[in-house]
Design a protein around this ligand. Structure first.
Ligand code: LLP
Length: 419
């Protein structure tokens, strides 16, 4: 459930008409609902309430906006980061360093040193060499890094190939068959305190079955490792739960997920950790856009909106579906293609889709844009970087400014040899 709904014929975000935001901030603009973020955080926590003391780290790659992070930090969420930039954001938003988990397959020695200095809570090691480097850096600083080993369980998550991470050919984690030997070698290193395992098999997963199989595999490995004398007191189960981009395709609920986790992990005797991203932020945001033209087409008209693939990359990158709704629907429908102004045919949000009838100057939203939306935006075609707004009841604020062409030009010094 979200807080973007029609009232008296106009779409609101909580108690703010989207038309007011468009008028004051301009379009395109991402609009987040604080109440929706809080609701999703609560629902997720409630779904895991039976599992004892769990640690939930929001995967901030899904939405690293500082205000979004602050809302979630106040709900008790830590942060799952994949870069030092994300670490800085988490800290700036008020996430405690001890609640930060650092994932990612390409951490440099510099990254590891920065994160150690900041005192983050956990490193998720993706390869033996990374663990060895971390141990060496920590020992040189007289520190001990708390870490878990990310295991690749070789389970097909059944999601889009570009967001699948748990197959043996994917770049993530160590092969499950080698995990025991690698852990034994890492355990022996000074500077490293290995505490358990991590996994994450993909994103936008619609079927709990592969998740359950992956968890069961890692659970069995954990029990073997414990028998062999290793400390296994935490297991990080990653993120990946899908959200309903299409109204008639409903993913498993957080409660279904929680029940499955409880069943699979009941004998593990560990602290469970989670890294949800999309399920928290996805439906808490929309991309508000204005129709520039309705261009007659040979087969279908093209609704040309002022948002483009640089603002919302998911349709161009993953053929992703985002609902498109008019802010002031008339009840009439049309069948159209929806595209942005960027000079690529891939800058198309939908083809041959039945949508609310719109005309030039109308406002509309792409729904479920709160995750992997603004964070993946670019300035391609020298378009301004898209701004973000947060709504809280009947008030709203710009939480990321539109970065205009002038500012981007300013950041490009002309070398002396071209003066
Ligand atoms: N943990 C790790 C280690 C991850 O790699 C990810 C996502 C998550 C947690 C959070 O997954 P979530 O709960 O959000 O599914 N840009 C793509 C999604 C990329 C996901 C990358 N990893 C998209 O727009 O669909």
């Amino acid at each position: 459930m979200d807080h973007f709904a029609l009232r008296g014929g106009a779409m609101f975000a909580e108690d703010v008409p989207l038309a007011t935001i468009a008028e004051q901030v301009g379009t395109p603009v991402y609009v987040y609902s604080r109440a929706t973020l809080e609701r999703h955080a609560r629902v997720f926590k409630e779904a895991l309430a039976d599992l004892g003391d769990v640690h939930i780290a929001f995967a901030i790659k899904a939405n690293p906006n500082l205000s979004v992070l602050r809302v979630l930090a106040r709900q008790g969420f830590g942060a799952d980061i994949v870069s030092v930039g994300e670490m800085k954001r988490a800290l700036a938003a008020g996430v405690a360093a001890k609640d930060i988990v650092y994932s990612g397959v390409g951490k440099t020695r510099d990254d590891l040193a920065h994160a150690l200095d900041a005192g983050i809570g956990q490193f998720n090691i993706e390869l033996e060499e990374e663990g060895a480097a971390l141990a060496e850096i920590a020992a040189a600083k007289g520190k001990t890094a708390t870490a878990v080993l990310r295991v690749n369980p070789d389970v097909d998550a059944g999601t889009h190939a570009k967001i699948s991470t748990g197959l043996s050919e994917n770049k993530f984690g160590v092969p499950i068959d080698l995990a025991g030997d690698i852990l034994a070698r890492l355990d022996a290193l000074k500077g490293l305190n290995m505490r358990g395992l991590a996994l994450h098999i993909g994103s936008q997963i619609f079927d709990l079955d592969p998740i359950e199989r992956a968890y069961a595999k890692v659970g069995a490995l954990a029990m073997d490792l414990r028998k062999a004398g290793h400390v296994i007191d935490r297991i990080d189960l990653g993120g990946g739960l899908g959200v309903p981009y299409e109204r008639d395709k409903v993913p498993p609920s957080p409660a279904d997920y929680g029940a499955m986790v409880k069943r699979v992990t009941k004998d593990w005797g560990v602290t469970l950790m989670f890294e949800p991203g999309r399920v928290i932020a996805g439906n808490a945001g929309v991309l508000l856009t204005e129709v520039i033209w309705v261009k007659p087409g040979i087969v279908r008209p093209y609704v040309i909106v002022d948002a483009a693939m640089n603002d919302l990359a998911r349709p161009a990158m993953y053929d992703a579906y985002h609902d498109f709704d008019a802010v002031h629907p008339t009840g009439e429908k049309m069948v159209a293609n929806i595209a942005g102004p960027v000079c690529e045919s891939g800058d198309t949000f939908a083809m041959d889709r039945e949508i609310d009838a719109v005309k030039a100057g109308d406002l509309a939203v792409f729904r479920t844009a709160g995750a992997y939306g603004a964070t993946m935006a670019s300035t391609y075609n020298s378009r301004p970087l898209v701004p973000e707004v947060m709504v809280d009841g009947d008030r709203f604020a710009v939480v990321a400014e539109r970065v205009k062409a002038e500012a981007l030009i300013e950041a490009e010094p002309m070398p002396d040899f071209l003066a």
